[in-house]
Design a protein around this ligand. Structure first.
Ligand SMILES: NC(=O)C1=CN([C@@H]2O[C@H](COP(=O)(O)OP(=O)(O)OC[C@H]3O[C@@H](n4cnc5c(N)ncnc54)[C@H](OP(=O)(O)O)[C@@H]3O)[C@@H](O)[C@H]2O)C=CC1
Ligand SMILES: CC(C)CCC[C@@H](C)[C@H]1CC[C@H]2[C@@H]3C(=O)C=C4C[C@@H](O)CC[C@]4(C)[C@H]3CC[C@]12C
Length: 293
């Protein structure tokens, strides 16, 4: 009897705990069926791929970006792939009125919202900081303030559905390398704001999850165009990246690191030996190809 208590009961506990946590960890595409999802920056790149995955999973999608013609094509393709419904709103996230307009559309058409995926970024080049403070101001508005405004407008709906906010960020929002000063600043700001907000929601027992996605180099057209002459590494595929973001959001993860070993080891090296990371990084760049404009 003593042995039973000492060995069997703790073992049973372990098995149950393992089962509970692994069951919670299992992603099924059906988790997204019929869910109402907003994706920003969905006309190209990772956002476009997320729209297609969600469509295949049978979600309702509301897509935003500036270029109406591209959004129309993406919406059409989403309907072909099986989206429960697909619509778009075009406009610039540098404009302060757009976030509320997008959430009003979600409320009017769906009467609620399950997932908000914040993904858009304004144009920025991979080069020395030019001293253009106006660019920093506009980029902050597009890449950071609009994320705060969208999340704020979405929170009442997400509280009702116990939904999720997914924030797409970058390794450049955790570690500052050269040639991304304004961009990196906007991504660090996202971590500060949303990691603080996550804790406040927990204190208030509000069941809305916040997933911060820390991405490495991904093979979107705009990223390859911006950096391939300086960074010789092969970028990770945007299709897989998009799926991992949706999966992390659906599983209500705190953070996603993608591609996983590369981003994880950079973060670890950064805390153990930051100077070593800096020099490894610089030695891998083709500095002679950096465009000075
Ligand atoms: N690709 C990469 O290597 C990495 C990407 N990331 C992150 O992933 C996310 C997606 O990146 P990626 O797919 O490469 O980017 P893309 O450049 O391919 O897509 C950006 C999207 O944002 C839209 N957009 C641009 N400017 C504005 C604006 N002013 N207002 C509203 N929408 C705008 C674009 O459409 P339109 O021009 O029509 O407005 C487009 O839909 C970003 O958050 C980025 O920081 C993170 C790490 C690495
Ligand atoms: C700080 C480090 C440890 C970086 C090492 C990895 C490098 C090679 C990766 C990681 C994050 C990447 C950038 C990114 O996040 C998003 C964009 C915006 C896009 O419009 C243009 C490309 C750009 C600047 C990417 C360039 C390549 C970066 C710096």
């Amino acid at each position: 009897m003593g042995r039973l208590k000492k060995i069997l009961i703790p073992s049973l506990g372990l098995v149950l705990a393992f089962w509970f946590y692994s069951a919670r960890d299992t992603f099924k595409p059906e988790m997204l069926r019929g869910k109402r999802v907003i994706v920003t920056g969905a006309s190209t790149g990772i956002g476009e791929q997320m729209a297609y995955h969600l469509a295949r999973m049978g979600s309702h999608v509301l897509l935003t970006a500036r270029t109406e013609a591209r959004l129309q094509n993406v919406v059409e393709r989403c309907l072909e792939l099986g989206a429960a419904s697909a619509r778009y709103i075009s406009g610039s996230m540098a404009s302060p009125s757009l976030p509320e307009e997008v959430l009003r559309e979600a409320e009017n058409t769906w009467g609620g919202l399950d997932m908000l995926i914040l993904n858009h970024i304004g144009q920025s080049s991979f080069t020395f900081f030019s001293g253009d403070v106006g660019h920093v101001r506009t980029l902050m508005e597009t890449n950071f303030v609009s994320y705060v405004a969208l999340a704020t407008a979405a929170l009442p709906l997400l509280k009702e559905s116990e939904g999720s906010i997914v924030v797409v960020s970058s390794i450049a929002g955790k570690i500052a390398g050269p040639f991304t000063a304004p961009y990196s600043a906007t991504k660090f700001a996202l971590d500060g704001f949303f990691s603080s907000l996550r804790q406040e929601l927990i204190i208030d027992k509000v069941n809305v999850s916040i997933t911060l996605c820390i991405l490495g180099y991904i093979n979107t057209e705009s990223a390859v165009r911006a950096v391939s002459h300086v960074i010789p590494q092969t970028p990770a595929p945007k299709e897989e990246c998009a799926l991992e973001i949706i999966r992390a959001g659906a599983l209500r993860r705190r953070e996603l690191h993608y591609p996983s070993p590369a981003v994880g080891s950079m973060l670890l090296l950064r805390s153990l030996a930051p100077e070593l990371l800096d020099s490894l990084l610089l030695s891998s760049y083709r500095l002679e190809n950096v465009r000075r404009t």
